[in-house]
Design a protein around this ligand. Structure first.
Ligand code: GLU
Length: 280
C-alpha cells in the first residue's frame, strides 16, 4: 500500500481551514455555500467512524463584516471585539449546519497560556477525549478575545498542529488558498516546482516558506511548515491542500494525489511542552 492509500485508514483527523477559505473575497462576508460543503464532508468522515476535529479561523473576518468594518481591524482591541462578535456568529452557523446532518458541534477556545499550564492542558485533553467519546465534533479556535500575543504572532496553522499533537491525531489537513508546497513562490517564479510528498522536513525545505499575501488570516507557507514540523514529530501525517473546493476532503481520504503530504515521523524526543515554551 502506498502512502496516499494509507490515508484511508486514518482514525483521528484534524482539519484546519483558513479565513480566506470560508469568506467571499469580494466582500469578506461568510461563504455559506462553501461552509455547507465543508460541514457535509466532515459529517461524512464522522459517518465513516472517524474522529473529526475542525480548527476554524474566521472569527475576526466574520466579526469585521458583521460590525460593518470596511478595512482590516488594526489595533488589538478592535481585532478582539471583531473576534467576539464573529466567533459567536461562526459557531451559530456551524451548529445549525452540523445539526442538519444529525451531528453535534462543540466549541473549544484555546490560548497558548492554557496549553503551557499543565493542569489546563490536561483539562483540555480530557475535554477533547470526552467530546470525541460522545461523538461530537470539536470546533477549535484561539480565544482571540482574551489572548494578546496569539493575535499578534500566533496563527491557526500552529494551533492546529498543537491540537493534533495533544490529542494524538494521525492526520492533520491544512486547507488554505494554496495548492501545497512549491520550491519557490509560484506567483513570482514561473519555474517553481510543486512538491507532492515530503518524507523528511529538512532545513532546506523549511527555508522555502514564504509570507502570506492574503488579506484575511495570518498564516503563510512558513507557518505551515512549522506546523508540519510539530505534527510530523508528534507522529501524525500532514497535508497542505487547496481549500477552494472542500470536496477535496473525501478525495484526500480516498488516497487521491492532491496537495503536499508530509510523512509523520514520530520523534522520541518530541515533547509538546518544549515547543510551547520555545515559542512563547
Ligand atoms: N483566530 C483568528 C480568527 O479566527 C485567525 C487566526 C489565523 O487565521 O491564523 O479570526
Amino acid at each position: 500500500m502506498n502512502t496516499r492509500e494509507e490515508l484511508k485508514n486514518k482514525k483521528r483527523i484534524v482539519v484546519k481551514i483558513g479565513s480566506s477559505s470560508i469568506t467571499h473575497p469580494e466582500t469578506g462576508a461568510i461563504n455559506l455555500t462553501k461552509l455547507e460543503i465543508l460541514v457535509r464532508e466532515l459529517c461524512d468522515l464522522k459517518n465513516m467512524g472517524k474522529d473529526v476535529i475542525l480548527v476554524s479561523s474566521g472569527a475576526i473576518a466574520v466579526g469585521r463584516q458583521a460590525a460593518g468594518l470596511r478595512r482590516r481591524p488594526e489595533n488589538l482591541a478592535e481585532k478582539q471585539a471583531c473576534a467576539a462578535i464573529g466567533q459567536a456568529q461562526l459557531m451559530m452557523i456551524y451548529q445549525k449546519l452540523f445539526s442538519e446532518y444529525g451531528h453535534q458541534a462543540a466549541q473549544i477556545l484555546m490560548t497558548k497560556n492554557t496549553m503551557i499550564n499543565n493542569l489546563n492542558r490536561m483539562n483540555a485533553s480530557n475535554t477533547f477525549e470526552e467530546l470525541l467519546q460522545m461523538g461530537a465534533i470539536p470546533i477549535v479556535n484561539e480565544n482571540d478575545t482574551v489572548s494578546t500575543y496569539e493575535i499578534e504572532f500566533g496563527d491557526n496553522d500552529t494551533l492546529s498542529a498543537i491540537v493534533a499533537a495533544l490529542i494524538h491525531a494521525d492526520l492533520l489537513i491544512l486547507l488554505s488558498d494554496i495548492d501545497g508546497l512549491y520550491t519557490d513562490d509560484p506567483h513570482k517564479n514561473p519555474d517553481a516546482v510543486f512538491i507532492d510528498y515530503v518524507d523528511h522536513l529538512d532545513d532546506q525545505l523549511l527555508k522555502m516558506g514564504k509570507g502570506s499575501s492574503s488579506d484575511v488570516g495570518t498564516g503563510g507557507m512558513s507557518t505551515k511548515l512549522s506546523a508540519a514540523r510539530i505534527a510530523t514529530a508528534s507522529g501524525a501525517d500532514m497535508i497542505i491542500a487547496n481549500g477552494e473546493d472542500f470536496h477535496i476532503l473525501h478525495k484526500l481520504i480516498q488516497g487521491n494525489n492532491y496537495g503536499t503530504l508530509f510523512q509523520g515521523q514520530h520523534d522520541k524526543d518530541f515533547y509538546l511542552i518544549d515547543i510551547l515554551d520555545k515559542d512563547s
